[in-house]
Design a protein around this ligand. Structure first.
Ligand SMILES: [Zn+2]
Length: 398
């Protein structure tokens, strides 16, 4: 009997701390604010960074130097895995932004800043749809934008004048170019425009506001595009990315047209259209709306599953801006999904040739490569690819 009591005691002594710990963790996250995301927008006058939390939060700020950075701590908070942890904003005012769990109860945001002490501001925005927001503004913040102009130590223009990076090495494989001319059956949706859910925090300052952007999800309907080793079809990946992208761009205040929003052809006569009619229909969407840019989204493919990477294409005889757009988007995608670069290249694809505005066709990754097929078949991969294209577009307009 005694021994049984002793055993029970021993078990209790062993288990109580474990249970206590488990309970402590549960309590901890339950009462803490969840940091769900970090957004940024880049305007002519300032760069705004918004940290979203699921409940009201407080913050403490400090400044560190070498390099200059603004540190904002949000106590009693934890960072959701959903939140993006590092963001290269790289505007005139801000370099990298990092968000991390600093200690068990503190989320820390570190912003590398290029502005002086009087040219940033951190404040809270409560209420509205998002319960807790901490906003960090960097740039020209005076109520009057005329007088006190910003003290920018060592102002450097964004490298927009810099020529786009050329591929250093020629791609080894020569695949058939995506002449992208094939579509078919009963089509319906034409261009789809709507203002979507503009994000007022961001749209008020981003260079994207008011821009007209046509997104072309490659293939569709009877034309599946390339098919990956496990059967994933290019047409569905391109559409998923395009839809995510549209949401992101609309949040930043852009007007977005999609050449298709479902699994269909774009040409009015659907599957009966010739390749050229189908592709021209895509150009028509962009041209008829006087779009500022045209972005055609594709997945690459090659006979060998080993080939991988991201390529940005622009019309060989097109404008310098087309090349710059292609380059920015390719870089944005690579930054997000971690693919290798196959460079920014001139090409004669129909859709980038027959659109009247700066235009690019991005081959996001190789659907014929098992790893890249898997990545782009995942929710995460699609979201990141869309974010990468959006980042590239923002960079282009920035
Ligand atoms: Zn394609």
């Amino acid at each position: 009997m005694k021994r049984v009591v002793f055993l029970c005691l021993a078990i209790l002594v062993l288990c109580v701390p474990m249970m206590a710990q488990a309970a402590e963790f549960g309590d901890r996250t339950k009462d803490m604010a969840e940091v769900t995301g970090v957004r940024s927008g880049d305007g002519a006058d300032k760069t705004r960074i918004v940290v979203d939390a699921d409940k009201k939060v407080a913050f403490k700020q400090m400044v560190l130097s070498n390099p200059d950075r603004v540190v904002v701590d949000i106590p009693n908070a934890w960072i959701s895995p959903k939140a993006k942890l590092t963001k290269s904003v790289d505007s005139r005012f801000v370099g990298a932004v990092r968000v991390a769990q600093f200690d068990p109860t503190t989320v820390r945001i570190v912003v590398e800043t290029k502005v002086g002490k009087n040219n940033y501001k951190v404040f809270k925005l409560d209420g509205g749809e998002k319960p807790g927001r901490v906003v960090l503004d960097f740039g020209n913040l005076g109520p009057d934008t005329t007088g006190t102009n910003i003290a920018l130590p060592d102002v450097k223009k964004p490298d927009t004048a810099k020529p786009a990076t050329k591929p250093t090495t020629k791609p080894v494989e020569q695949k058939t170019p995506p002449v992208e001319e094939k579509q078919e059956p009963a089509a319906t949706p034409k261009d789809e425009e709507d203002k979507g859910d503009e994000d007022p925090d961001i749209a008020s300052i981003t260079g994207m506001k008011g821009k007209v952007i046509t997104i072309d999800p490659g293939h569709g309907g009877n034309d599946s595009g390339a098919i990956g080793p496990t059967g994933i079809m290019e047409k569905s990946v391109t559409l998923r990315i395009a839809k995510e992208l549209a949401v992101l761009l609309r949040a930043e205040g852009a007007t977005v047209y999609m050449t298709r929003t479902g699994d269909t052809e774009v040409a009015a006569n659907g599957a009966n259209a010739t390749d050229i009619e189908e592709l021209q229909a895509r150009c028509d969407v962009a041209n008829s709306h006087n779009s500022d840019i045209f972005v055609s989204i594709h997945m690459d493919s090659f006979s060998s599953g080993e080939v991988h990477g991201t390529t940005g294409y622009y019309y060989t005889k097109g404008s310098k801006n087309s090349e710059r757009l292609a380059d920015k988007i390719r870089q944005g995608v690579i930054d997000q999904i971690g693919t290798s670069s196959r460079g920014t290249q001139g090409a004669n694809f129909y859709v980038i040739k027959h659109t009247d505005m700066p235009a690019t066709l991005v081959e996001v990754a190789f659907i014929s490569n098992p790893r890249e097929e898997k990545l782009l078949d995942s929710e995460d991969g699609v979201k990141k690819a869309a974010q990468g294209i959006a980042d590239g577009i923002a960079d282009y307009f920035g």
